[in-house]
Design a protein. Structure first.
Length: 306
């Protein structure tokens, strides 16, 4: 039969004492007495069967066993705290918990989110980042992510927009780029994205030019970083066009080639099946859909103007 787990009070007392290297400071943080902290830590040590701290006159320090136990428990404590705060947020009628990709959050959503806050000034919005392959079982209200229709079991999805790839750079970089040499693959001024390493090959194939290899250029972790790097003159990047709509309209980024290459992927709103939307969730989904349509229209107008 498994041994019963230690109490949350013991774990919190242990973590705070380890982080602050003091029972008294941990007591102040947790609004307890020093004796209570010491007792909780002692109970935990008795359960484990070894000392977690070395006690000194004015401080405590972790033993080897204590350091090991802290490394194994701190992430779990943070996850429990996050789950608790998420549940508290969800309990409010004007609360919305959204999971989305780092790129969608940074490049598209955050510059527009003030518009929704003007519509719902008392809303409590929680936005967290999740990659497309992430586990949605702990979904809050909505997920906005990339994928293909019907790939998420136990969820319903609504397509927001198809992903089209374009090659862009800052105006200064675009102006000095020799298009002929670029199309022949003779350039080091390119940006790769670790999370989307196939974008260059996909765009080149669609544009009918030789593919660029990873042995040249700069490699960055995600698309949001790559777009900022391109905007700051680091080189040419393959971008999801709608993600950089604002920068294209403002001419902070410009196309270095006319090719717009469609992909098999799209952005979707994903949510649990058979769950009625609360008013704020319905309002947010409608708002996002309308804002996407407006972004697409602005891009179309910019293309017409050349």
């Amino acid at each position: 039969m498994p041994t019963a787990l230690p109490s949350l009070a013991s774990l919190r007392s242990f973590e705070a004492s380890a982080r602050l290297e003091s029972f008294s400071k941990a007591a102040q943080e947790l609004n307890l007495t020093q004796a209570a902290i010491s007792q909780q830590v002692r109970l935990l040590e008795d359960r484990i069967g070894g000392a977690l701290f070395t006690r000194e006159a004015r401080r405590v320090s972790l033993t080897e066993l204590g350091r090991l136990y802290l490394s194994l428990t701190v992430d779990s404590l943070r996850s429990m705290e996050s789950a608790f705060e998420t549940a508290r947020a969800l309990s409010r009628p004007d609360a919305l918990v959204l999971k989305t990709t780092p790129t969608f959050a940074a490049c598209w959503l955050l510059p527009r989110l003030h518009k929704f806050q003007e519509l719902w000034p008392h809303a409590s919005l929680t936005v967290t980042a999740v990659e497309p392959e992430g586990n949605f079982e702990s979904v809050g209200d909505l997920v906005i992510t990339t994928g293909q229709r019907d790939q998420w079991r136990n969820f319903q999805s609504q397509k927001l927009f198809d992903i089209e790839l374009v090659a862009v750079a800052s105006p200064a970089v675009a102006q000095r780029t020799d298009l002929g040499r670029f199309l022949a693959g003779h350039t080091d001024g390119i940006i790769h994205t670790i999370r989307r390493l196939d974008d260059w090959a996909l765009w080149c194939r669609g544009a009918g030019i030789p593919a660029f290899t990873l042995d040249r250029g700069t490699i960055l972790f995600n698309s949001a970083l790559s777009y900022v790097a391109a905007q700051n003159g680091l080189g040419v990047v393959i971008a999801e066009e709608l993600m950089i709509a604002d920068q294209l309209v403002a001419h902070q980024l410009v196309r270095v080639h006319s090719a717009r290459v469609p992909t098999s992927r799209a952005y979707f709103i994903v949510e649990l099946k058979d769950r009625a939307r609360r008013p704020i969730v319905e309002a947010f989904a409608q708002w996002v859909t309308a804002e996407v349509a407006e972004s697409q229209q602005r891009l179309n107008n910019a293309r017409v103007l050349g």
